[in-house]
Every structure is written in structure tokens, then in C-alpha cells.
Design a protein around this ligand. Sequence first.
Ligand code: FE2
Length: 314
Amino acid sequence: MARIIAGVSSSHVPAIGAAIDNHRTEEPYWRRVFSGFEKSKEWMAQAKPDVCIAVYNDHASAFSVEIVPTFALGCAAEFPPADEGWGPRPVPVVKGHPELAAHIAQSVILDEFDLTVVNKMEVDHGLTVPLNLLFGSPNEWPCPVIPLAVNVVLYPPPTGHRCFMLGRAIRKAVESYPEDLRVVVLGTGGMSHQISGPRAGLINSKFDKAFLDNLTKDPKKLMRMPHVEYMREAGAEGIEMVMWLVMRGALDDNVREVYRFYTVPASNTAVGHIILENKPRAPSRHAAPKRRAVRLKPAARRAAARARIDRVHG
Ligand SMILES: [Fe+2]
């Protein structure tokens, strides 16, 4: 059976991708940002997920404003990096997991979440920047990644409650997949930022840190937060944080926070990052009780062996 072992959230600031692509990661300004992800790369190398499900938003790269699905699941075998105006990022093609993605689509849609199934799609910085932050810059990404694009660019985006409950449905889907896969769910975007209008450059560290606290300990409080509160407290683009609730909904109620990092600024945003692990589950009360091994006497062991042979050859 597949299972979700952890959830990881991080900002997906496009300027972080540009700093990587233009070899500027050692500059003091960027060093401050990248140093916060050194531990995460170590954690990811140890966790070695078989598959990641990456919840992110497309920035008019795969979907123009003509068609904007609320939730779109990438079911293709691969997802090339998108050209966002200055050529595709020099990062590996993202390999998908079509079998698990199709299984999730079926399970989640039959659970009444109306996902759009996407069989051809390019992925932009919203997905590739977090992969760099968590895996570095390898020649190939170390595991398949299933993209889940969420609309947070065109009003109305889904509510935090809807996102959380979609996470729950994804967890159910993963846990009904027969192959023994260890899955990590990535929630990307945010934190507080606003890129245009009179409040451009807004950063609200107090709000961001409270959001991180609640993500670990009281996600139900975040589920109830209306869009207008994100807009007011975290800026127009702070609404991206609802995507973190898909990740949180896919985890157990009680999780272990193993790492957190927060810094400002990176470009014109706050950068937040958190790693939450599911705690080992207690055996189910309904599980069959373990049978005590019975030590047979030698004669009885020989008789039992003869009986097994008879069953095979009889
Ligand atoms: Fe974004």
C-alpha cells in the first residue's frame, strides 16, 4: 500500500530560480535564502520519496486566462519546463507517475472533487523552483513528480477548506494504491507578498509566522480563514498559501514539525518553508492479532512437514 510520509511547503519565488540559473547563489543576498534549504536537501536525501505530489499554481504558462481550471492533475508521463518569456529554465524535464496520477484522479473525482485531468502540460517556476530548493540541481530529478495545479490567479480561487479536504481525498487515494510507495506532498507558493498596486512590496512576517504555527498545530483554524483575510494580511498574492492546506490535509491530524525556515526578503516576498512528518501509526485495533509461534516437538514437526508435502503433491 502506498502512504504519505511527509508534507513539505515552500515559497516558489521566480527570482530564486533566476539566481540558480544565473549562478548567483553564493552572493550574500541569495546565500541567506539558499542556506535555509541545506537541511531540507539533507532531509529529502534521507527520506528518498518514491513519488512527490507537487501542489503549485501555474502563472499563465500552461493555462492562459482563457481556461483556468480550479484543480488540474498532471497525468502525463513527463512535463517539460515552460518558457516563461526568457526561454525554458535549464532544469530537467519533470517525469510524472501516470499510473498513480490516474488512480488519484479516479478516486478523488469519485469522491466528488471535480479535478481536471491534464495529459499534456508544461510546468513553470511554481513547480521547478521548489524542486531546486529541495533536490538541488541534479541532471535528473530523483523521483517522479505528479503536478497538481491550483487556480490562485483568477478570482475566485478555492477556499482553504476546499483545499484541505482535497488533501484528505488525495490521502485516501494514495492509501488505496496497491504498490508500496512512499509519497511526499509538496505545497508551494506564498508567503505574504503583493506584486502590484499601492501595497506592492507588502510583507507581513507576524501573519506568516502565525500561519506556520497553525499549519503544524491548528490547521482547522486556517481552514476557516476567508479569502479577504489573506488579501488584507498577506497581500493579493498571499492567497497562494491556500495551496499549503492541500499538503496539510493530506497529512495526519498530529504531525511532527521537523524543520522550519523563514526569511525576508527574497525579491519582493517573504520566503517560508516547513517540513512536517506523519508520526508512525499505531497498529489498527481491527488488525488480526499476531499469532504466537508454537514450538512443536520434533515428531510433530516431521508430521507437519509431511502434511505440507502431501498438500503440494496431493
Ligand atoms: Fe506564484
